[in-house]
Design a binder for this molecule. Structure first.
Ligand code: GDP
Length: 700
C-alpha cells in the first residue's frame, strides 16, 4: 500500500493559547470546516452538515484527543483533491504550570498557531509559551481572535506581539470592521477583501476593499512585500527594479521565511462568529513546515554514538511515544510521532528505551467524528497504537534490527505530595481505579500508600498539578475526595561513612532468636540510589539469611532516622556477623539488619534533603527589583538576569518549600503582568536551622 498523503502534504501543528483566548472554539471550527471539506464530493445537503455539527456538539468533539487528524484543501484551490493536506492537530495544555506537558507537545509538533484574545492581547502565559516555542525553534502563526468582541483592537494586540514577543510579526490580513461591525478581512497577500457569510461562515465572498481602509492596506502590503523579498535574492532584485512580484513567488518565499522564523504572519478574525478560521487553515498549509522542512531527528545507537534519521519511508522505523491516553472505547492508546520509516500493523518493533520488544496490534487515527483503523503509518505521521504493554511516555520505538534511542523526554521526580481521602465507601472503590488510570497517563504523577496510616498519598509536580488531578478524578470518574495540605517530598541521606553492629538475640527458655550483623554505610553520589554489598566471607552468616538482612536494611531505608523521610544514595556493606545453629531465623536477621543500619546512619552524619526548583520568572522591567528581592528572601539563588524584548527574565534556583502560593504572590507583586514556570532541578541538603524545623515537625 502506498501512502495517500505525500510527506510534504502533512502538517503536524498545535494550537497554543492563554486560557480563554479561544483555543477550544478555534479547534472546534477547524474540525468543523475540515469535516465539511472532507465530505465535499459526497452527496449531502446543507442540513446534513448542520446535523453533523449538532451531533458532534452533543457528543463532544474529540478535540481533547492527544492528536486529531483532519484534511484541508486551501480555499483558493477550489475543491481540487490534489491539493488536499493532512493536518494533525496536537493537543497542547491550557495550563502552563505543566511545563512538562508543554515541552512534550512542542517536541512532536512542527508548527504552531498562537491564538490571542483581541481584547486582552498578549497575556503572561502566552509570553511564557512563546519563549518555550523559541527554545524548540517552532515556526508559528498568530491568530488575533475575538475581533467581534466589545473593545477588540487588532492594532493593540499586534503592537503587543511586536513589542513583547517578536519584532518579526507582520500582518498578512487586516480586519474589516470591529466589534459588532466585524464582517471579514483584507488579505494583504492577494490584495483582496473577503466577507464570511452563511450560518457557519462557510460562504466566503469576495467584496471590494473598503475605501476607508485603502491607505492602511497599501502601507502594510508594502511593508510585508519588502520584508518577504529579503528572503530571496532574485525577488529582491526584481523588487528593486520596481517589478510587481507574483502571488506564487510571494507565497513560496513567505513560507521559507516563516519556517526560518524570520517572519511570523499575523491573521485575525472571530472563531465564535465563524470569521477567518478557513484562512488560518490555508496559512497552516501555505506557511507552516511539513516534516520534510525540518532537520533530521537525532538519536544515539547502542554504544552512545550519534545517529540521525531523515523523514523518509525508506529509513528504518523510528518513532517517539509522546502520550498515553485512556480511551473509553478501546482501552489504552499510545500516541506516537513517526520520524522515519514505516510502521506496519501486526509487526514487531523494539522499545529501545526499555529494551523490550512490542507487537503492534491495532493502530488507529482519531478524527473529529470517527476512529480510523490503519494498516501502515508512514514517516512524518502521527497515530496511536492500541494496548501497548511495556511502553510509557517518552520511549523510543524503532526497527528491531536498527536500534536508535531518541533524546528522552525527561520527567522529573514528584516533589510534592498530599494525603487524599475518599468521602464515602463507594468513592473508595472508584478512587483506586481512577488514580491508577491517571498515573498511567501522566508520568509525573504518582500514587502511594502511607505504610503507617494506610492513607493514600498522591504526588506530583506542583500544587496546581495535584489540584487538577483531584478535579479530573471528580469530573471524569465521579470520585469525591478530600485532600490534606500539600507537603514537600523531603528525603534523607548521609554525608559521611560509619560502621555499626546489630544484635537481635533472645535466649530465655524454649526456641530463641539469634541474628547478629556488622555493616558499613557510605554516602553515594546524588541519584545513585541504594546499593547493597554482600562481603560476608567464610559463612559467618549463612547464605540463606543474607537476603533477610538486605530486607531489614531496605525497610529501615524507607524511614530515615531524622524525620522519617525516605533515604537515598546510600551504600551498605555487610561484612561480618554470627549465627546460632538453632535460634537463627530470617526474622531475627531482618531485625538485626535494620538495627545495625539505623545505628550506622546516626553515626554517618545524616542530613535532610529538600527539592530545589529551577524557577524562571518573566516580568516587565518596572517590577524587577521587587521580584528579585522576593526570590532572595526565599533562600533563592539568582543565576541569571536576562533581557528579552521589553521584559526581564529571572533564572533562579529556589527551595520548593518556600514556593507555596507563589502564583498569587507574583500576581500581586506585578499587577498580574509577571508569569513564571518552575520545575524540579535537584535535591540539596537543607541548612541546619531549616532541618531543625522539619525534624520538629514545624515546617511542612
Ligand atoms: P480556551 O480556554 O482558549 O479553549 O477558550 P474557549 O474557546 O473556550 O473560549 C473562551 C470564551 O471565549 C468562550 O466563552 C468562547 O465562547 C469565547 N470566544 C471564543 N472565540 C470567540 C470569538 O471569536 N469572539 C467572542 N466574542 N468570543 C469568543
Amino acid at each position: 500500500m502506498a501512502r495517500l498523503y505525500p510527506i510534504e502534504k502533512i502538517r503536524n501543528i498545535g494550537i497554543v493559547a492563554h486560557i480563554d483566548a479561544g483555543k477550544t472554539t478555534v479547534s472546534e471550527r477547524i474540525l468543523f470546516y475540515t469535516g465539511v471539506s472532507h465530505k465535499i464530493g459526497e452527496v449531502h445537503t446543507g442540513d446534513t452538515v448542520m446535523d453533523w455539527m449538532e451531533q458532534e456538539r452533543e457528543r463532544g468533539i474529540t478535540i481533547t484527543a492527544a492528536a486529531t487528524t483532519a484534511f484541508w484543501v486551501p480555499t483558493y484551490r477550489g475543491n481540487d483533491k490534489n491539493f488536499s493536506h493532512r493536518i494533525n492537530l496536537i493537543d497542547t495544555p491550557g495550563h502552563i504550570d505543566f511545563t512538562v506537558e508543554v515541552k512534550r507537545s512542542l517536541r512532536v509538533l512542527d508548527g504552531a498557531v498562537v491564538v490571542f484574545d483581541g481584547v486582552s492581547g498578549v497575556e503572561p502565559q502566552t509570553e511564557t509559551n512563546w519563549h518555550y516555542a523559541d527554545e524548540y525553534h517552532v515556526p508559528r502563526l498568530c491568530f488575533i481572535n475575538k475581533m467581534d468582541r466589545m473593545g477588540a483592537s487588532f492594532w493593540g494586540s499586534f503592537e503587543a506581539i511586536r513589542e513583547r514577543l517578536t519584532p518579526n510579526a507582520y500582518p498578512i490580513q487586516l480586519p474589516i470592521g470591529l466589534e459588532s461591525e466585524h464582517r471579514g478581512i483584507v488579505d494583504l497577500m492577494r490584495m483582496k477583501a473577503y466577507a464570511f457569510e452563511g450560518e457557519h461562515g462557510e460562504n466566503i465572498k469576495e467584496i471590494p476593499i473598503p475605501d476607508t481602509m485603502k491607505e492602511e492596506v497599501e502601507k502594510w502590503r508594502h511593508q510585508l512585500v519588502e520584508k518577504i523579498v529579503e528572503g530571496d535574492d532574485a525577488l529582491m532584485a526584481s523588487y528593486l527594479e520596481g517589478k510587481e512580484i507574483g502571488l506564487e513567488d510571494l507565497r513560496r518565499t513567505l513560507r521559507k521565511m516563516v519556517i526560518g522564523y524570520k517572519i511570523v504572519p499575523v491573521l485575525c478574525g472571530s472563531a465564535l462568529k465563524n470569521k477567518g478560521v478557513q484562512f488560518v487553515l490555508d496559512a497552516v498549509v501555505d506557511y507552516l513546515p511539513s516534516p520534510l522542512d525540518l532537520p533530521p531527528v537525532k538519536g544515539t545507537d547502542e554504544k552512545g554514538g550519534e545517529l540521525t534519521r531523515t523523514a523518509d519511508d525508506a529509513e528504518p522505523f523510528t518513532a517517539l511515544a509522546f502520550k498515553i491516553a485512556a480511551d473509553p472505547f478501546v482501552g489504552s492508546l499510545t500516541f506516537f510521532r513517526n520520524y522515519a520509516g514505516v510502521l506496519k500493523r501486526g509487526s514487531y518493533v523494539f522499545n529501545s528505551t526499555k529494551g523490550v520488544q512490542e507487537r503492534i496490534g491495532r493502530v488507529v487515527r482519531l478524527h473529529a467524528n470517527q476512529r480510523e483503523e490503519v494498516e501502515e503509518v508512514y514517516a512524518g505521521e502521527i497515530a496511536a497504537i492500541v494496548g501497548l504493554k511495556g511502553t510509557t511516555t517518552g520511549d523510543t520505538l524503532c526497527d528491531t534490527e536498527k536500534l536508535i534511542v531518541l533524546e528522552k523526554i525527561t520527567f522529573p521526580e514528584p516533589v510534592i505530595g498530599i494525603r487524599i481521602e475518599p468521602k464515602t465507601k463507594a468513592d473508595q472503590e472508584k478512587m483506586g481505579t481512577a488514580l491508577r488510570r491517571l498515573a498511567e497517563e501522566d508520568p509525573t504523577f504518582r500514587v502511594a500508600g502511607d505504610p503507617e496510616t494506610g492513607e493514600t498519598i498522591i504526588s506530583g509536580m506542583g500544587e496546581l498539578h495535584l489540584e487538577i488531578i483531584v478535579d479530573r478524578m471528580k469530573r471524569e470518574f465521579g470520585v469525591e475526595a478530600s485532600v490534606g495540605r500539600p507537603q514537600v517530598a523531603y528525603k534523607e541521606t548521609i554525608t559521611g561513612s560509619a560502621e555499626a553492629e546489630g544484635k537481635y538475640i533472645k535466649q530465655s527458655g524454649g526456641r530463641g532468636q539469634y541474628g547478629h550483623v556488622r555493616l558499613k554505610v557510605k554516602s553515594l553520589e546524588r541519584g545513585t540510589g541504594f546499593v547493597f554489598v554482600d562481603a560476608i566471607k567464610g559463612g559467618v552468616i549463612p547464605r540463606e539469611f543474607i537476603p533477610a538482612v538486605e530486607k531489614g536494611v531496605k525497610e529501615a531505608l524507607d524511614r530515615g532516622v531524622l524525620a522519617h523521610y525516605p533515604m537515598i544514595d546510600v551504600e551498605v556493606e555487610l561484612y561480618d556477623g554470627s549465627f546460632h545453629e538453632v535460634d537463627s531465623s530470617e526474622a531475627a536477621f531482618k531485625i538485626a539488619g535494620s538495627m545495625a543500619f539505623q545505628e550506622a546512619v546516626k553515626r554517618a552524619n545524616p542530613v535532610i534533603l529538600e527539592p530545589v526548583m529551577k524557577l524562571q520568572v518573566i516580568v516587565p522591567p518596572d517590577f524587577l527589583g521587587e521580584v528579585t528581592g522576593n526570590v532572595n528572601s526565599k533562600r533563592g539563588k539568582i543565576e541569571n538576569l536576562g533581557d528579552r524584548v521589553n521584559i526581564k527574565v529571572i533564572d533562579a534556583k529556589v527551595p520548593l518549600s518556600e514556593m507555596f502560593g507563589y502564583a498569587t504572590e507574583l500576581r500581586s507583586m506585578t499587577q498580574g503582568r509577571g508569569s513564571f514556570t518552575m520545575e524540579f532541578d535537584h535535591y540539596e541538603p537543607t541548612p541546619q536551622n531549616v532541618a531543625q524545623l522539619i525534624i520538629e515537625g514545624k515546617k511542612k
